[in-house]
Design a protein around this ligand. Structure first.
Ligand code: UN1
Length: 496
């Protein structure tokens, strides 16, 4: 299924046929490739190479570093269709979303190229005569990127393009569930390197491995920054381990994203917003809409309309004309069924959620998206289940809705549908949503790359992608220069 595709993307056959680790497609559960899992020694060797590459790369002028990323963007534009298709095969995303993910890579390339001429520092007024102060941003070191199956290529690109223009080298450990897209990204990046011609060897490394490989990356003091995207459980291990060696981390972990649906909302818009956010990517985005907090006066109508839409949504092979592809694997399916069982025990009324197409695909896990009307925000609602389950909770008073929005351990994305400007502004104010993303009249998922991406609380606090997220990939230096013939001391101290 994938051999020709991988070859067309420049991946050598030995990389996906000769390994000890089987790769399956979630489309029908069949085995599509085998890759070699690398252990600690191989990871350590790659980190050493990346550390050497950093020594040279940090001295290349930033706009020149940007040129490498510009070339990579061109390579991606040329291979968008093939890489998008590979994302569909390996991660199960529908064609539109596979292509969208590659577009997200192209967008971040453009952003990073512009940034390569804008790594601005500050000038600071000195309190001393004949002195000036400034703040400079310097390359940081080796950046370790740990990414998840659900955005197998874009999240790597967010991190890598910024790291490269910032003068860093990169070692990437993708999810074991999606090594093929990673091999393809590496092959495409090598095309850009070739066109660029003068990058140091080992600038961007790929490690296909399991937990052992991840640990080697997390624990190595040469890895200055670990940017990890995945579950809160993973982040709970990675964060303290990196901190224990005084490394830096960017954590982008679980979300439990809500929509407040106010009585004034444009319901047509809201239902469309719910549909894309809740069932897109089969509910497997960190930004997936998991909770609708809806005003009691419109609840029945909203639930009826969402159910009607859910009933019509086409489920099946993500490369065909469908809107929902498969879950990534059997464990995901089991986790979804367990959550639905728990929801029933906690008083929930479940609509949908059943397995689909089982006869056609006995080894793949397609599900109908589920809507669960809950009496309140019980334990199951507070937990992130990575599947298309949408909990619906009624509210009477706006303050109560805000409280429900914030009363979960995670803090990634949130939104409100309202035409009441007071509610919209309050939602985005200091005492409004406590999430890293707070939208008005659009859903919780599908953010553009231009904004900083990430969230608070158990989401981990990190920011990737746009705005000034680049600063996390550099080290800040404060410079004070004396151009006088005196040596005045700060704070007026006399020390003669
Ligand atoms: C993720 O699921 O880890 O905002 C990233 C979105 C995408 C990124 C999701 N741009 O839904």
């Amino acid at each position: 299924m994938v051999d020709a595709l991988l070859t067309s993307l420049g991946v050598p056959a030995s990389a996906f046929t000769e390994g000890n680790h089987a790769v399956h497609t979630p489309i029908d559960g069949s085995r599509i490739a085998a890759v070699h899992l690398q252990g600690k020694a191989e990871v350590v060797a790659k980190i050493a190479q990346a550390a050497d590459a950093f020594q040279a790369w940090r001295n290349v002028p930033a706009p020149r570093r940007g040129e490498l990323v510009r070339l990579f963007g061109e390579v991606l534009r040329k291979h968008k269709a093939q890489l998008g298709e590979l994302v569909s095969i390996e991660a199960g995303k529908i064609t539109q979303e596979g292509l969208g993910e590659v577009q997200e890579m192209i967008d971040i390339c453009d952003f990073a190229v512009g940034l390569s001429r804008q790594l601005y520092g500050l000038t600071i007024a000195s309190e001393r005569p004949g002195h000036h102060m400034r703040e400079s941003w310097h390359p940081l070191g080796v950046v370790g990127v740990i990414s998840a199956f659900n955005f197998p290529v874009a999240v790597w690109a967010w991190n890598t393009t910024l790291a490269l223009v910032c003068g860093d080298s990169v070692v990437w450990k993708p999810s074991e569930k999606t090594p093929l897209t990673a091999l393809a990204c590496q092959a495409l990046f090598e095309q850009a390197l070739k066109a660029f011609g003068e990058a140091p060897d080992g600038l961007c490394q790929l490690v296909i491995g399991d937990r052992e490989a991840g640990e080697a990356l997390v624990d190595d003091p040469r890895v200055a920054l670990v940017s990890a995207t995945g579950s809160t459980r993973m982040g709970r291990e990675v964060g303290p381990r990196v901190a224990a060696r005084f490394g830096r981390s960017i954590l982008e972990l679980g979300g439990n994203n809500a929509m407040i649906l106010a009585p004034s909302a444009d319901l047509d818009l809201a239902v469309r917003g719910i549909l894309f956010s809740a069932v897109g990517t089969a509910g497997q985005r960190c930004t997936t809409l998991r909770r609708v907090i809806v005003h009691r006066s419109v609840k029945d109508e909203v639930v009826a309309r969402v159910k009607a839409a859910y009933g019509k949504v086409r489920i099946g092979d993500p490369r065909k004309d469908n809107l929902i592809g498969p879950l990534i694997d059997q464990q995901s399916y089991q986790a979804m069924q367990d959550a639905l069982g728990q929801a029933r025990e906690e008083g929930g009324v479940v609509f949908g959620g059943e397995r689909q197409l089982q006869d056609q695909y006995p080894n793949a896990y397609y599900v109908a998206p589920a809507i669960v009307e809950m009496p309140g925000q019980s334990a199951v609602v507070r937990h992130e289940t990575f599947a298309p389950i949408l909990y619906v909770i009624a509210y009477d008073d706006f303050e109560e809705a805000l409280q429900l929005n914030n009363e979960v351990p995670q803090g990634l994305s949130s939104c409100i549908f309202t035409v009441d400007v007071r509610e919209a502004e309050r939602f985005q104010s200091a005492s409004g949503s406590d999430c890293g993303i707070a939208n008005v009249n659009i859903g919780t998922s599908g953010a553009e790359i231009g904004g900083a991406f990430g969230g608070e609380k158990e989401t981990g606090g990190g920011r990737e992608s746009g705005s000034d997220a680049w600063k996390a990939y550099m080290r800040r230096q404060t410079n004070t220069v004396n151009y006088s013939r005196e040596l005045p001391l700060a704070q007026g101290i006399v020390f003669d």
